[in-house]
Each structure stands twice: as structure tokens, then as C-alpha cells.
Ligand binder design. Structure first.
Ligand SMILES: C[S@@+](CC[C@H](N)C(=O)[O-])C[C@H]1O[C@@H](n2cnc3c(N)ncnc32)[C@H](O)[C@@H]1O
Length: 247
């Protein structure tokens, strides 16, 4: 299918969507295959009747790549479900590294611990149960973190960004999931619910805060959703600040 059309062929919307799906599947197959540990985390989500809202394998591999690139020794995850993204992150850590996953749901926390054990990363991971906004202030003593991954409830995303900035240092990476939301989290004129408003505010701040170098990447759900990735700068930017007005 991917090679079926020539440069000059008109491709319909359905054909385009199919091509995108095939490209996504090919990338996942080539670069982000799931071993038994990751598959077990997905099976647990299904078996326990949880919503299948974990990141994709491509996103997992990107998290792993970013954690490796910044030589992460300490990673913080906000919102962990059944541990799928946590496995990808923990596997980028050295043997004495640490992943702390915050999860509001105590039943999920038990699943996450099982998942981490099964995937062989229990020795470098810890799950803390509670509302992230209540748990985050207690992490100040354990900062700085080299990477923070934000994937919990969407409305407080701007607050999570504030905390991520407090808990990181120059060179650290902050990643937030679901920050495209079909365009609602990016386009000023889009109609938004409260959840999407939180995501929109997040992007507005991430793109204009001089302490950050950021980019939103549409890499999930047929390129309609994805991550906002930010690097904490060595020195605040004087120039090139993104358009905070969102024309
Ligand atoms: C999208 S899922 C996380 C998926 C996970 N990061 C993955 O990709 O495998 C969101 C998780 O955040 C948790 N959550 C929601 N609100 C939270 C809060 N205020 N504090 C901590 N966890 C929260 C939910 O219980 C859920 O497990």
C-alpha cells in the first residue's frame, strides 16, 4: 500500500489514513517491538478492564531514547496506569538508577508493582500512591530529576509543569503526553473542554517559557496526538521565544 501511489496521484483521506497507519505499524515493528514484560503490562490492562490509555510502543521507545540521551539516573513519572510507560523508562536507567511513579489509584499501584517485577525492573522502581499534586512537594528533597514524564489527569498539566521545573535542572527533559488532542491543545480558535484547556495552557507555557526549549510532536493516533518535549535550558533564552499569543 505505501508504495502503491505515485507522486502525482491524488490520495483520498481514507487512503492517507491507511498509509499513516501502515507507516506507524512499520516503525513500531522495526524500532519499538515489545518483549514479554511489556506485553504482560498490556494484557493486565485488558484483563483488569482498565481503559487502554497507555502510550504507544513508539512513544515508549522515544521516552527511552530521551532518557538515554540525557544520561538519566533519576526519572519521575506522573500517572502510571499499569506500568507500561514505566517499563520503557526504567529500562533506560543504569542499575543504580531510580524511577519514581506517582499513581492516584491504589489498585493500579499494585498492578504497576506486579508489572515492574515481571519486567525485571523492580530493583530500580518505586510506586507512590496518592494525588500527584499532594505528592510532588515531598519530592523536593529527592530532586533534581533528569527526566519527568507527565501523563496523569489533564486539567492540572500547567501545575505539573510548574513542579517539573522545580524538580529538574538544566539539561533535564520534560515530556507530556496527549498534548495535541486532535489540535484542540494547539489551536487558539478551537473549542475546548476543561481537560483540553489544561493541555492548551501547557503548550502555551512550554512554548514561551524562556527556561525551556520545546516542541510538540504528533506521533500517536494517526498523528492526531502526541508529546510535548521540553529541554530545560542552561541559560534562559533571550531570543526566539515562541508566539505566546497563539494567533
Ligand atoms: C493515561 S494513564 C497513564 C498511562 C501510563 N503513563 C502508560 O502510558 O502506561 C493516567 C494515569 O494517571 C492516573 N492519575 C490520574 N489523575 C492522577 C493524579 N491526580 N495523581 C496521580 N495519578 C493520577 C490515573 O489513575 C491513570 O492511571
Amino acid at each position: 500500500m505505501i508504495n502503491k501511489y505515485g507522486d502525482k496521484d491524488k490520495v483520498t483521506y481514507e487512503q492517507q489514513a491507511k498509509i499513516q497507519q501502515e507507516i506507524e505499524a512499520a516503525i513500531a515493528y522495526l524500532f519499538a517491538s515489545e518483549d514479554e514484560g511489556l506485553q504482560q503490562a498490556l494484557a493486565l490492562v485488558r484483563d483488569e478492564g482498565l481503559p487502554q490509555i497507555q502510550i504507544s510502543s513508539i512513544q515508549g521507545k522515544l521516552l527511552q531514547l530521551l532518557a538515554t540521551a540525557c544520561h538519566a539516573r533519576k526519572i519521575l513519572e506522573i500517572g502510571a496506569l499499569a506500568g507500561y510507560s514505566g517499563i520503557w523508562l526504567a529500562r533506560a536507567l543504569p542499575a543504580d538508577g531510580r524511577l519514581i511513579s506517582l499513581e492516584i489509584n491504589a489498585k493500579n499501584a499494585e498492578l504497576i508493582r506486579r508489572t515492574f517485577m515481571h519486567a525485571g525492573v523492580a530493583d530500580r522502581t518505586e510506586v507512590r500512591v496518592g494525588n500527584a499534586l499532594a505528592l510532588l512537594p515531598h519530592l523536593l528533597d529527592e530532586a533534581p530529576f533528569d527526566l519527568v514524564f507527565i501523563d496523569a489527569d489533564k486539567q492540572p498539566y500547567p501545575h505539573y509543569l510548574d513542579w517539573a521545573l522545580r524538580l529538574t535542572q538544566p539539561g533535564s527533559i520534560i515530556v507530556a503526553d496527549n498534548t495535541i488532542a486532535g489540535g484542540a491543545a494547539l489551536c487558539a480558535k478551537a473549542e475546548r473542554n476543561e481537560r483540553q484547556q489544561g493541555l492548551f495552557e501547557y503548550n502555551k507555557r512550554a512554548s514561551s517559557d524562556p527556561r525551556l526549549l520545546s516542541l510538540a510532536l504528533a506521533i500517536d493516533n494517526n498523528f492526531t496526538d502526541g508529546f510535548t518535549i521540553s529541554v530545560v535550558r542552561e541559560a534562559p533564552s533571550q531570543t526566539g521565544v515562541a508566539n505566546a499569543d497563539y494567533a
